[in-house]
Design a protein around this ligand. Sequence first.
Ligand SMILES: [Zn+2]
Length: 283
Amino acid sequence: MVVCPFCSSGHGEVLESLPVADLDALYRRLYKAPVARLFGGSSVLSIVRCPDCDLRWYEPLAGGDEAFYNTLQHKPWYYVDHKHEFDLALPYLANGHHVLEVGSGKGNFARFLHKSGLNLSYTGLDFSQEARRMAATYGIDIAVPSEDSYISQSNNLALNLPPHHISRYTDRWFENAAQHLNLELVTVQHDPLQAHHRFDYIYQLTIASIYRMFGWKRPMVDHSLVNWIARIPAFVLGKLLAKGLGPHNSPHGHTVFAVFRKPLRALDPMESQQVRENDDRTL
Ligand SMILES: [Zn+2]
């Protein structure tokens, strides 16, 4: 029985498994970052789906440690100065709001908010169990990797695998999460495919198409000779066709943005008066 870390259902079903040694080899090759030590001696990693809430996650659930993130954080591309979701979040903020950013990195969103001129209180959390607990409990604003985008079908995509990403989120999960937490789901918006991901989209699509053409199953981490050969046309087509992609013919990008709202509880007359006074001060 595999218990869902979000809704506690015991119906988790294994979608696919991969040897930890393969994942370790991928991270070593791409980032010189060994990861096998993080999985508690397990030799196999499985992606599990909860049929009740539609969350997908990896068993064993193991995130990166400080040494792992220190390796990635030194890559110049790791922290993007401006993300599309910053613009999406701004209209939902107003003076006096308290902002909690889970996974605040080096503080790019905090700087963006500071420039916006809004009077906000801000707390950034990064890489801690407490951050995950608060996100799951309160679920106010989450920006997370989207399982309803092309990356769900990408292989050898180390940064969408543990220990970097330990769970995957479909649009259906957001609807179920709102119900489970008694929140209103205000909006779900997908990031457009970013210009610097266009090559990767064509590259992944080409490799996936070659596998499908021959009826082969494509593992999440693939060090096979076939994969190495398929990378040649994928690279060429990626370089050629990425220039022809634009907003009109691109799939969803990496990230999905969701806004949840706590339903207002009925206030007694004294509280209502206080809220009105606070609103007047805000205006
Ligand atoms: Zn669940």
